[in-house]
Write a protein that binds this ligand. Structure first.
Ligand code: ATP
Ligand code: MG
Length: 198
């Protein structure tokens, strides 16, 4: 072994020891609250990536989507076939038509389904896609959201996506990632693409 290889091996060994030490310290087992926020693309796809990961392990998952899709939903087409329950806002809130009363009714209907999911000990992973906007627009009470999250079954994980996550939700969360927009094809005039954007 050359001196260079030897030094490399020693460095790697030190890193491994540190990682092992930290892995040994992480002993708590509980469901996690994840928040994926920020202005860049990748929040909803990250949430669904986690749901797919869980389904792949045979875990039970549920999804609520708070923005009315104007087009076909690829994830729903796939995951419903695999037994994932979807609760999608059917009328009301879209970016185009903001009618506060209709939006509140539509948001509340989906939220009632969320409350059921957040009380269901058989659900391992729950995705609340675009929930952040419902809180920002006061369609759903922040305190109700915080209470439901705090009182959920201890082993249930929840993923919340959407821009501008309220700071109380961020505080409550275990893991928070902010997706930063570096650039997006749409800004260069490229159309949203099936299979990539929805
Ligand atoms: P995705 O669903 O692709 O993971 P997202 O959940 O991070 O995106 P949203 O704000 O929910 O982003 O917007 C959903 C749609 O808007 C997607 O079609 C996405 O490609 C597009 N989009 C996301 N971020 C941007 C951006 N910074 N500029 C323009 N369009 C965006
Ligand atoms: Mg999204």
């Amino acid at each position: 072994m050359t001196q260079e290889q030897d030094r490399h091996q020693q460095r790697q060994q030190k890193i491994k020891e540190k990682v092992d030490e930290r892995v040994a310290q992480a002993t708590e087992e509980k469901g996690l609250l994840l928040v994926i926020t920020g202005n860049g693309k990748g929040k909803t796809t990250s949430g669904f990536g986690t749901v797919a990961r869980a389904v792949g392990h045979g875990l039970q998952c549920g999804v609520a989507q708070f923005i009315k899709g104007t087009w076909d939903n690829g994830e729903r087409n796939l995951l419903e076939k695999l037994g994932v329950a979807f609760h999608v806002m059917s009328t009301g809130f879209t970016w185009n038509t903001q009618d506060k009363q209709a939006d509140t009714i539509a948001a509340q209907a989906v939220w009632q389904e969320c409350l059921k999911m957040l009380q269901d000990p058989n659900l391992d992973v729950v995705l609340l896609d675009e929930l952040t906007y419902m809180v920002s627009y006061n369609y759903i009470e922040l305190d109700e959201v915080l209470n439901a999250l705090q009182q959920r079954p201890a082993q249930q994980s929840v993923i919340i996506t959407g821009r501008g996550a309220h700071r109380s939700i961020i505080e409550l969360a275990d893991t928070v990632s902010e997706v930063r927009n570096v650039k997006h094809a749409f800004e260069a005039g490229v159309k949203a693409r099936k299979g990539v954007d929805w």
